[in-house]
Design a protein around this ligand. Structure first.
Ligand SMILES: [Zn+2]
Length: 112
């Protein structure tokens, strides 16, 4: 498979990771809302159980996805004909950091 597949795959997976993280955030908001507004009974208990399942599945999938991304990054790093450039990025107002990354695959340069 070409390097472009791996890069495209990485971008799509990043979107999926973001969406799962967004889902987890929403989960927390919904659970807080239930806890603050509902009288605890069998229905609320079922609801909370349902959202708990979503959260667990999300976390599980996030872990798997992050591992897939890691493997994919390794594949990209190996296949890319890197064009490394050095850049200074601001961490905050009085702190900056020098990084070396590839303009093609956007991965930072690894130590040999
Ligand atoms: Zn590269």
């Amino acid at each position: 498979m070409s390097i472009f597949f791996y890069i495209e795959f990485k971008i799509k997976n990043n979107h999926l990771i973001q969406q799962l993280e967004e889902t987890l955030k929403l989960h927390n908001e919904i659970v807080s809302c239930i806890n603050e507004n509902c009288i605890y009974n069998y229905n609320t208990s079922d609801l909370l159980e349902f959202y708990e399942k979503i959260k667990n599945k999300c976390n599980e999938n996030l872990e798997i996805l992050k591992q897939i991304q890691k493997n994919n990054d390794n594949e990209i790093y190996e296949k890319c004909e890197h064009n490394f450039i050095t850049d200074i990025i601001d961490i905050n107002l009085d702190k900056s950091m020098t990084i070396c990354y590839c303009t093609i695959c956007e991965l930072t340069k690894r130590k040999d």
